[in-house]
Design a protein around this ligand. Structure first.
Ligand code: 5GP
Ligand code: ZN
Length: 115
Protein backbone atom coordinates (compact mmCIF):
# COMPACT_ATOMS: atom_id res chain seq x y z
CA UNK A 1 0.00 0.00 0.00
CA UNK A 2 1.34 3.36 -1.07
CA UNK A 3 -0.17 6.02 1.24
CA UNK A 4 0.28 8.72 -1.41
CA UNK A 5 -1.55 6.73 -4.09
CA UNK A 6 -5.24 7.48 -4.60
CA UNK A 7 -5.90 4.06 -6.14
CA UNK A 8 -4.22 2.27 -3.22
CA UNK A 9 -6.45 4.29 -0.91
CA UNK A 10 -9.56 3.30 -2.89
CA UNK A 11 -8.44 -0.34 -2.81
CA UNK A 12 -8.07 -0.13 0.98
CA UNK A 13 -11.50 1.49 1.36
CA UNK A 14 -9.87 4.68 2.65
CA UNK A 15 -11.11 6.85 -0.25
CA UNK A 16 -14.62 6.67 -1.67
CA UNK A 17 -15.38 5.19 -5.09
CA UNK A 18 -18.38 3.71 -6.88
CA UNK A 19 -17.12 0.15 -6.72
CA UNK A 20 -18.58 -2.36 -9.19
CA UNK A 21 -16.32 -5.38 -8.59
CA UNK A 22 -14.03 -6.60 -5.82
CA UNK A 23 -11.89 -9.68 -5.34
CA UNK A 24 -8.80 -10.57 -3.34
CA UNK A 25 -6.46 -9.01 -5.90
CA UNK A 26 -8.59 -6.72 -8.11
CA UNK A 27 -11.06 -3.88 -7.65
CA UNK A 28 -13.10 -2.01 -10.28
CA UNK A 29 -14.96 1.28 -9.97
CA UNK A 30 -16.47 4.11 -12.02
CA UNK A 31 -14.05 6.76 -13.27
CA UNK A 32 -14.59 10.05 -11.43
CA UNK A 33 -14.48 11.97 -14.75
CA UNK A 34 -16.21 9.67 -17.24
CA UNK A 35 -15.32 10.01 -20.93
CA UNK A 36 -18.20 7.80 -22.09
CA UNK A 37 -21.61 6.73 -20.71
CA UNK A 38 -19.79 3.75 -19.16
CA UNK A 39 -16.25 4.42 -17.99
CA UNK A 40 -14.80 1.94 -15.51
CA UNK A 41 -11.32 1.52 -14.09
CA UNK A 42 -9.98 -1.91 -13.22
CA UNK A 43 -6.94 -2.01 -10.97
CA UNK A 44 -4.82 -4.61 -9.23
CA UNK A 45 -4.79 -4.08 -5.46
CA UNK A 46 -1.01 -4.38 -5.64
CA UNK A 47 0.73 -1.12 -6.50
CA UNK A 48 2.23 -1.68 -9.95
CA UNK A 49 3.11 1.67 -11.55
CA UNK A 50 2.00 0.77 -15.08
CA UNK A 51 2.10 -1.93 -17.74
CA UNK A 52 5.91 -1.79 -17.71
CA UNK A 53 5.78 -3.34 -14.21
CA UNK A 54 4.03 -6.44 -15.56
CA UNK A 55 6.35 -9.31 -16.45
CA UNK A 56 6.16 -13.06 -17.00
CA UNK A 57 6.17 -13.71 -13.25
CA UNK A 58 3.14 -11.57 -12.41
CA UNK A 59 1.31 -11.50 -15.76
CA UNK A 60 -1.64 -13.56 -14.48
CA UNK A 61 -3.03 -10.35 -12.96
CA UNK A 62 -3.40 -8.86 -16.44
CA UNK A 63 -5.40 -11.85 -17.70
CA UNK A 64 -7.62 -11.62 -14.63
CA UNK A 65 -8.17 -7.88 -15.14
CA UNK A 66 -9.19 -8.45 -18.77
CA UNK A 67 -11.63 -11.16 -17.69
CA UNK A 68 -13.12 -8.72 -15.16
CA UNK A 69 -13.39 -6.18 -17.99
CA UNK A 70 -15.43 -8.48 -20.23
CA UNK A 71 -17.56 -9.61 -17.29
CA UNK A 72 -18.34 -5.99 -16.42
CA UNK A 73 -18.90 -5.04 -20.08
CA UNK A 74 -21.62 -7.70 -20.25
CA UNK A 75 -23.07 -6.58 -16.93
CA UNK A 76 -23.16 -2.93 -18.07
CA UNK A 77 -24.78 -3.93 -21.39
CA UNK A 78 -21.97 -2.54 -23.56
CA UNK A 79 -20.58 -5.88 -24.71
CA UNK A 80 -22.85 -6.25 -27.75
CA UNK A 81 -22.58 -2.68 -29.03
CA UNK A 82 -18.86 -2.54 -28.30
CA UNK A 83 -16.38 -1.17 -25.84
CA UNK A 84 -12.77 -0.08 -25.68
CA UNK A 85 -9.98 -1.12 -23.33
CA UNK A 86 -7.32 1.57 -22.80
CA UNK A 87 -4.01 1.24 -20.98
CA UNK A 88 -2.19 4.56 -20.86
CA UNK A 89 1.50 4.09 -20.17
CA UNK A 90 3.70 7.04 -19.20
CA UNK A 91 3.57 10.67 -20.17
CA UNK A 92 2.97 10.77 -23.94
CA UNK A 93 0.06 8.36 -23.52
CA UNK A 94 -1.46 10.59 -20.84
CA UNK A 95 -0.99 8.37 -17.80
CA UNK A 96 -1.97 10.59 -14.85
CA UNK A 97 -2.26 8.04 -12.02
CA UNK A 98 0.84 5.98 -11.33
CA UNK A 99 -1.01 2.86 -10.23
CA UNK A 100 -1.60 0.40 -13.06
CA UNK A 101 -5.19 0.48 -14.35
CA UNK A 102 -7.21 -0.39 -17.40
CA UNK A 103 -10.02 1.80 -18.67
CA UNK A 104 -13.22 0.21 -19.97
CA UNK A 105 -15.19 2.66 -22.10
CA UNK A 106 -18.50 2.08 -23.81
CA UNK A 107 -22.02 3.27 -24.50
CA UNK A 108 -21.13 5.52 -27.43
CA UNK A 109 -19.40 5.29 -30.80
CA UNK A 110 -15.63 5.67 -30.39
CA UNK A 111 -13.33 7.52 -32.76
CA UNK A 112 -10.18 6.14 -34.36
CA UNK A 113 -7.37 7.11 -34.25
CA UNK A 114 -7.62 8.21 -30.61
CA UNK A 115 -6.46 11.74 -29.81
P1 5GP B 1 -4.91 7.78 -16.72
O1 5GP B 1 -4.98 9.19 -17.24
O2 5GP B 1 -3.80 7.62 -15.71
O3 5GP B 1 -4.88 6.72 -17.77
O4 5GP B 1 -6.28 7.53 -15.97
C1 5GP B 1 -6.54 7.94 -14.69
C2 5GP B 1 -8.04 8.02 -14.54
O5 5GP B 1 -8.34 8.04 -13.16
C3 5GP B 1 -8.66 9.27 -15.15
O6 5GP B 1 -9.62 8.89 -16.11
C4 5GP B 1 -9.28 10.00 -13.97
O7 5GP B 1 -10.51 10.59 -14.27
C5 5GP B 1 -9.43 8.88 -12.95
N1 5GP B 1 -9.33 9.32 -11.56
C6 5GP B 1 -8.40 10.14 -11.03
N2 5GP B 1 -8.58 10.28 -9.70
C7 5GP B 1 -9.67 9.50 -9.40
C8 5GP B 1 -10.36 9.24 -8.17
O8 5GP B 1 -10.02 9.72 -7.09
N3 5GP B 1 -11.43 8.39 -8.25
C9 5GP B 1 -11.84 7.83 -9.43
N4 5GP B 1 -12.91 7.04 -9.38
N5 5GP B 1 -11.21 8.07 -10.60
C10 5GP B 1 -10.13 8.88 -10.58
ZN1 ZN C 1 -1.22 2.51 -5.66
Amino acid sequence: MNQDCVFCRISEGKSPARVVYESEDIIAFHDINPQAPVHLLIIPRRHFINLLDIDHQNSIILAKMLCVATELARQMKIAETGFRIVINTNRYAGQSIDHFHIHVLGGRIMQWPPG
